[in-house]
Design a protein around this ligand. Structure first.
Ligand code: SF4
Length: 376
């Protein structure tokens, strides 16, 4: 027996002894009943769905009743299940089935997929369970089972991983008993191959399970990757004039540290001396580069590369320039962004000078600290 045949055979044998065979939509397993159950089960566990399903079916026993009902009645019968778009789609699909498919759900995959709210796995589950057709499913439980069984790397939401899982799901399909097999693989995921602590010792397919064999069940399926936070970079200019004063500029109202006083910021790849000439008419000479400072905003990281620059000639600033010279030892400091304040504190400490007014002596390493992102 091939590994794949053995998967379905073992699963079906297990289902015959341990599977759930008394669910209300299994008796009778009509397309309408299976479809309503599949839609209800999309975001909700079996135990919670059962009473809703029974009430819903008493109220709307068939497609025609659902299609003809006032929309408010359908929503009322759905109340408590949440995700109300599912109920609206259910009724729209019933109306289309009545109007265009002779009052029944289509029994072919492409036509079923055309109906609102029916995706590939739901359509396959309806056709397999109600008509015994040979279609693979891939709901949340099945993704977990197959990711482990085949040790399929990657987050199942990624298209390439989903393709691999669909292909594995198709390759494992038996030739017969499709309705039971479909219920069986869903049951395996819901009862033994659970998200936490799968019960591999009781699992009928543990012999062929790659994750179990490798002792890596916790690694599959991979979690959704964290979105990479964007990284921005800038030069932080420590511009000193011949008198040792430091240049501060006021940040534009919008953007990073809007409205705060700060050391001048230049683009990461820009010629800093040219920037100072253009912005403030200063002729500066670049000096030492200091270690990069990493700073976290809410939605991005900022890497600041401090660069010393020296202005030799008398350095006046235009009246209207949004900048000023400050004497760290004598002038009161305005409010500065935290990483800039920490840098000045460190430099004052290294130089053995008294810390700038309003600052404690530097005793600790600067820490990364998240602050609100700027408005732009
Ligand atoms: S052996 Fe364990 S991990 Fe593998 S399918 Fe069975 S329960 Fe899931």
């Amino acid at each position: 027996m091939s590994a794949h045949a053995s998967f379905s055979a073992r699963l079906l044998a297990w289902y015959d002894r341990h599977g759930r065979r008394d669910l209300p939509w299994q008796h009778a397993r009509t397309p309408y009943r299976v479809w309503v159950a599949e839609i209800m089960l999309q975001q909700t566990q079996v135990a919670a769905v059962v009473p809703y399903f029974q009430r819903f079916l008493r109220r709307f026993p068939d497609l025609a009743a659902l299609a003809a009902a006032p929309a408010d009645d359908v929503l009322q019968a759905w109340a408590g299940l949440g995700y109300y778009a599912r109920a609206r789609n259910l009724q729209r699909a019933a109306q289309i089935a009545v109007a265009e498919h002779g009052g029944a759900l289509p029994a072919e995959l492409p036509a079923l997929l055309e109906l609102p709210g029916i995706g590939r796995s739901t359509a396959a589950a309806v056709l397999a369970q109600a008509h015994g057709q040979r279609h693979a499913i891939l709901d949340g439980n099945v993704k977990r089972v197959l990711a482990r069984y085949g040790a399929v790397d990657g987050w199942p939401g990624a298209p390439a991983v989903a393709r691999a899982l669909w292909s594995l799901s198709e390759s494992l399909l038996p030739q017969e008993r499709l309705a039971d097999y479909t219920q069986a693989i869903m049951d395996l995921g819901a009862t033994l191959c659970t998200a936490r602590k799968p019960q591999c010792a009781r699992c009928p397919v543990q012999d062929g399970c790659a994750a179990h064999r490798a002792g890596r069940t916790a690694d599959f399926p991979a979690a959704r990757p964290r979105r990479q936070r964007p990284l921005r970079q800038a030069q932080l200019l420590l511009v000193q004039d011949a008198a040792g004063r430091l240049l501060l500029e006021r940040r534009p109202p919008a953007g990073i540290w809007g409205g705060l006083w700060c050391l001048p910021l230049a683009q990461a790849d820009e010629d800093a001396a040219a920037f100072l000439r253009g912005a403030y008419g200063l002729h500066a000479q670049a000096g030492e580069a200091l270690p990069t400072i990493a700073h976290a905003f809410t939605h991005f990281d900022l890497h600041l590369r401090p660069l010393r620059l020296h202005v030799r000639e008398p350095a006046g600033l235009a009246e209207q320039a949004p900048a000023r010279w400050i004497d760290l030892a004598a002038d009161a400091l305005p409010g500065l962004p935290a990483p800039v304040a920490r840098l000045l504190q460190q430099l004052a400490g290294k130089a053995g000078a008294a810390p700038p007014q309003g600052m404690a002596p530097a005793t600790t390493r600067p820490r990364r600290k998240a602050v609100s992102s700027p408005s732009t």
